[in-house]
Write a protein that binds this ligand. Structure first.
Ligand SMILES: NC(=O)c1ccc[n+]([C@@H]2O[C@H](COP(=O)([O-])OP(=O)(O)OC[C@H]3O[C@@H](n4cnc5c(N)ncnc54)[C@H](O)[C@@H]3O)[C@@H](O)[C@H]2O)c1
Length: 333
């Protein structure tokens, strides 16, 4: 690969700062600009990476040499940045969820299509070896017809408190599993029945359970929580299983295979998502950005078409409505 992709990052918080580091270390990417509405953060990351710092995303997008941009803003701010990036003709990597509701997600997709720009949504599980292998194990010739699926994603109270009203259990965590279940089952969710509970006073839901129906006849079960005490090892537990007429497959991300034991207890470390290994960020996020850079430069398709990412958002809307009303809800597409 002879040329490099000139990249930028908008939003330099927990995730955007990691995108910036990965582009800086990538041999086929050149991070030329970073932006955060907090000028101190923008200056800090600019200093660390050598990129130009901006506190206005429109100023960053006005750079003619900028080719591609990661948008790592809170969910409810995805639309303004994505529409501006599409209008500026930039290739876009938009962090999940595509948007915080189906109407907004569709507006983003239409803007991308109208402007003819390339677009990828950051569904990191599409790069996680455990999920990708489960997808392959669930191929129809091996699994037969899907009968039932179960997905669990449980996090800690500190996350619910940190995000407050900027996201929700469904849009921050749930989007991962809705996308993964539809991808692995090779079928879309058509109907949902959800219930939620709010007892802890974090300013967010504590837990949401749901039964879902797939277009292919399978049923699914979803278990979301961020009610776990903050001492939960690694801060999250996630599992997924699919049972078919011929075989079954499952994965369990609870055990990351690495522990530190001290006088006051045992803790774990991230070995898969974005661990720091030999001075650089490795794992699923690095693989996702590597794919984004290489597929953008080569013109090859991204592993997930954005229309598949779009398919998750009406399911989240339906789950929220069902949990609110207490009755089953059809997914409107
Ligand atoms: N794929 C994953 O596993 C994963 C993990 C974490 C976060 N995310 C996604 O990444 C996105 C960002 O999440 P986060 O946890 O980094 O949030 P964060 O709150 O840590 O960071 C957001 C940053 O955006 C900045 N910002 C806010 N408004 C801005 C504006 N108008 N212009 C420029 N900067 C602005 C804030 O100052 C902050 O630094 C979310 O969509 C989230 O869902 C994905």
């Amino acid at each position: 690969m002879s040329r490099t992709l000139k990249t930028g990052v908008i939003g330099l918080g927990f995730f955007g700062s990691r995108h910036a580091r990965i582009y800086t270390d990538h041999p086929a990417a050149e991070l030329i600009a970073v932006c955060d509405s907090d000028p101190g953060r923008a200056a800090l990351v600019a200093g660390e990476t050598g990129a130009r710092g901006f506190d206005d995303l429109h100023a960053l997008l006005a750079l003619p040499e900028l080719e591609a941009v990661s948008i790592c803003l809170p969910d409810r701010l995805h639309e303004e940045a994505a529409l501006a990036a599409a209008a500026a003709g930039k290739t876009i990597l938009l962090e999940k969820p595509l948007a915080h509701d189906a109407a907004t997600a569709l507006r983003i997709v239409k803007a991308v299509e109208k402007n003819g720009v390339r677009f990828m949504v950051g569904h990191i599980l599409r790069f996680d070896p455990r999920y990708v292998q489960t997808f392959h194990a669930a191929a129809p010739e091996k699994l037969g017809t899907p009968v039932h699926l179960r997905a669990k994603r449980n996090g800690i109270r500190a996350t619910a408190k940190r995000l407050g009203a900027s996201s929700s259990i469904l849009f921050y965590m749930g989007v991962h599993d809705i996308d993964a279940m539809q991808w692995i089952a090779r079928s879309r969710i058509s109907r949902v029945y959800a219930q939620k509970v709010e007892l802890l006073g974090t300013g967010n839901e504590d837990a949401l359970y749901a039964v879902v129906n797939f277009e292919n006849g399978a049923i699914g079960n979803i278990d979301y929580s961020w009610a776990w005490p903050d001492g939960l090892m690694n801060g999250f537990r996630s599992t997924l299983e699919i049972v078919g007429t011929k075989s079954a497959a499952y994965l369990d991300c609870t055990d990351q295979g690495f522990y530190v034991v001290e006088e006051d207890g045992t803790s774990g470390g991230d070995t898969h998502l974005w661990p720091e290994i030999n001075g650089r960020i490795a794992g699923d996020l690095a693989d996702e950005l590597d794919h984004f850079v290489k597929a953008t430069l080569s013109g090859k398709p991204y592993v997930q078409h954005y229309r598949e990412a779009l398919d998750a958002i009406p399911v989240l809307d339906a789950l929220a409505r069902s949990a609110q009303t207490g009755v089953p809800v059809e997914v409107v597409r």
